[in-house]
Each structure stands twice: as structure tokens, then as C-alpha cells.
Write a protein that binds this ligand. Structure first.
Ligand SMILES: [Zn+2]
Length: 111
């Protein structure tokens, strides 16, 4: 899968059983170099870039590294919203996004 970044989510619900816990999310957007981000952090660019730095609103799909401590399910998808290069929100979901065949990766530029 190559080099990705990590988003640390505190107090986020399991999409299967709603149990609240911390999660680490792998995603590929910005400079992909195992950067660790928290919500509201600004993305780093200029090395192994994926995506468009000038884009204003972007939806990025990630995947959870952790399994749920309650129902023991894992490999959930994450929807991460980027607003002017800041990670503003993220949630875990069961269904993946169906990206268009001609898309560049696991992200969608909205604006
Ligand atoms: Zn669960």
C-alpha cells in the first residue's frame, strides 16, 4: 500500500456497535510519510505528495488500524474531511466510497 499518514481519533464511535474509543486511521493525502495528525491539524506537503494542495474542500477515505474493543470488528473505513488543508472532521463507516474509475486515489475534491 506504500507510505501513508495516520490520523488519531479520540472518542469516536464504532460503526458496528457504537462503542466509543480511540482509533488510528491510515490515509493517503498530502505528504505521505507516516505523519501523525490529530483533528484540526494542518497537512504537511512537499515530499511524497498525494492530492492537490490548493484544493479547498476534500473528502479522503482512510481505513482503521484498530479493532473495536467491544465487538472486535475492524478494518472500518473512515471519511475524513479536509478544509483548507486542515483535517476538520472524520467518522468511521462500514461501507467504502465508490470512487470513479478515473480518480487519482482515495480522495475526492469537492471544491
Ligand atoms: Zn464495535
Amino acid at each position: 500500500m506504500g507510505i501513508y499518514n495516520i490520523l488519531k481519533l479520540k472518542s469516536c464511535s464504532c460503526p458496528n456497535c457504537q462503542h466509543i474509543q480511540s482509533w488510528a486511521i491510515q490515509f493517503k493525502y498530502g505528504d505521505c510519510w507516516r505523519h501523525e495528525y490529530n483533528l484540526f491539524d494542518e497537512l504537511v506537503w512537499d515530499r511524497n505528495d498525494v492530492g492537490v494542495r490548493a484544493a479547498s474542500i476534500v473528502l479522503v477515505e482512510g481505513i482503521s488500524e484498530d479493532t473495536c474493543q467491544n465487538c472486535l470488528k475492524g478494518d472500518f473505513y473512515a471519511r475524513i474531511f479536509i478544509d483548507d488543508n486542515k483535517i476538520v472532521t472524520a467518522s468511521l463507516v462500514i461501507k467504502n466510497i465508490l470512487f470513479p474509475i478515473d480518480s487519482d486515489g482515495d480522495y475526492l475534491i469537492i471544491n
